[in-house]
Each structure stands twice: as C-alpha cells, then as structure tokens.
Design a protein around this ligand. Sequence first.
Ligand SMILES: O=C(O)c1cc(=O)[nH]c(=O)n1[C@@H]1O[C@H](COP(=O)(O)O)[C@@H](O)[C@H]1O
Length: 288
Amino acid sequence: MTDPATEPVDTLEPFGARLRRAMDTRGQLCVGIDPHASLLTDWGLNDDVAGLERFTMTVVAALADRTAVFKPQSAFFERFGSRGIAVLERAVEEARAAGVLVLMDAKRGDIGSTMAAYAATYLDKDSPLFCDAVTVSPYLGFESLRPALDAARVSGSGVFVLALTSNPEGAQVQRATSPGGASVAQVMLDHMAAENAGVTPLGSVGAVVGATLTEADADLDINGPLLAPGIGAQGAMPAGLPALFGSVMANVVPSVSRDVLRHGPDVAGLRSAAARFTDEVRAAVQLG
Ligand SMILES: O=C(O)c1cc(=O)[nH]c(=O)n1[C@@H]1O[C@H](COP(=O)(O)O)[C@@H](O)[C@H]1O
C-alpha cells in the first residue's frame, strides 16, 4: 500500500482520503509535538535550539512508524526564531517521509489577502513548510478562510477549523448566538459541512472540538474529521469521547501532547504511552 504522506506531492490524494486510510491502518490518535521549556528541562536538555532539535527528532524517530498524525505546535518552534523554524521544517520533512500525516498547529486567521499568504506557507506544495493540514481560526468570518480552503483543494491538503475549543473561555465567542439564532460554533460547523458535502470517504475540512467539553450541543456531522485535543494533561480521556461525539466517533482524531511527551526521552516510554492512548482510542471508537 502507498504510504499516505509519501506519495509524490503532485499526485496527492485529497487529505480526507489519506487521513481515513491512516486512521484505519495506524489508529486514530494524533500526537502533538509541543516542546515546552519545562519538558526540555525534564528531559535533561537545555532550553535552546539544540535542546529543541534533540527533543523533536527523538519524538519523530520514536513514533513515526506507528502514528497516524503528528501535530507540531508552531509556537514552541517560533520562539527560537529562524533556527527554531528550521527544526520544524526538518521535523515535518522527516515525519512525512516516514508516512505520518503532519497537521501544523498554527491556528492562523486573518483577512483574506493575508490568509492567502498563510495558505501559501502551509498549503502550497512548493513551500518549505508544506504540511498535510493546518489549523485555522474562523473568527474573522468563515469566508476569510477561503484562500486556505482553495489552496488545500489544489494541493490535496486539509484545513482544521476551530469550532468548539477545549479552553473554557472559548464559549464566550463560540457559544454566542448568531443573528440567525444558531450558536456561532454551529454556523461555522454548517459551513464546514457545506465544504465537505458529497465527498467520500471523508471531507478534507475538519473541525476542532475539544475533548474536554461535557457536551457538544451542536451538530458535529460535518462529513469531515474532528480533531479532539485536550486528552491527558487537560483532563479528558478517550473513554469519555463516545458520550461527546456519538455517531461521528469514527471520524474523531483525539490529540494528546504533554501526556505522551512527558515519558521521554526514553524511546520505549514514549512508544508505550502512545500505544496505550492508541488502544484506549480504538476501544472508544468500538464503543461509539
Ligand atoms: O488546535 C488545537 O490543537 C487545540 C485546540 C484546542 O481547542 N485546544 C488545544 O489544547 N489545542 C492544542 O492542543 C495541544 C494540547 O496539548 P496538551 O494539553 O499538552 O495535550 C496544544 O498544542 C494546544 O494548542
């Protein structure tokens, strides 16, 4: 079988199809790569570019043969300036070469013409930071994301749109009532469903829905993937996901960062933590 992330970029299948296959073969877990200063210290590394590089490459090497999706958090690389970005570029390249889909967690959102520049950064196959997908914020209006949605379609990549985030403050904006009477989050979810309409096996426009929520109180059936961060350190566990996601559990990509990363630098520790979460997610999907 072709590796989802290593096909020549010109012939990339749509992201949704590649993600479906990766989830079906590797399990549905996403491992976040968030090189917090405190984690570098706990690993016995300096909080500098060399420490960042050692940390990141250790995680990639330990988990690249078994993980469906890596989600590097761009902020932790950006804080080291251009040399941090160089580490990120290398991590993206190595992960993709090993068959992992890379979702860049950049949470970009801006007016359309600036959004086009972000799209060129992450979703243009000729960019050094080209990834399989990127997180974006729709809170300048869903249509402000159009350049990213268009670029993703051209390159066969994906876009994950913030809907209901895992932080409690998110509700202030996302649960507010829109002029039509639906919640703001539901309006965004409806746009995502429209983008994915009729696509098989899975659309390439995903929603971010925090695993920490007690109830969605929204229609999550968008025919696209649902990234569910907040597993582990923020208190959510895979066993709680079926109650939140119900009939769309098969499309949920639960994401964990610190609660896997804290088991390094021991490679066996990283692998067994990721394997435990992968098994728990598999059991939750079967229940859902
Ligand atoms: O888009 C995200 O990934 C995201 C959305 C959200 O609602 N909540 C959330 O925690 N995240 C990200 O997911 C990661 C969570 O990390 P841990 O709490 O260490 O597992 C961080 O990189 C967050 O920025």
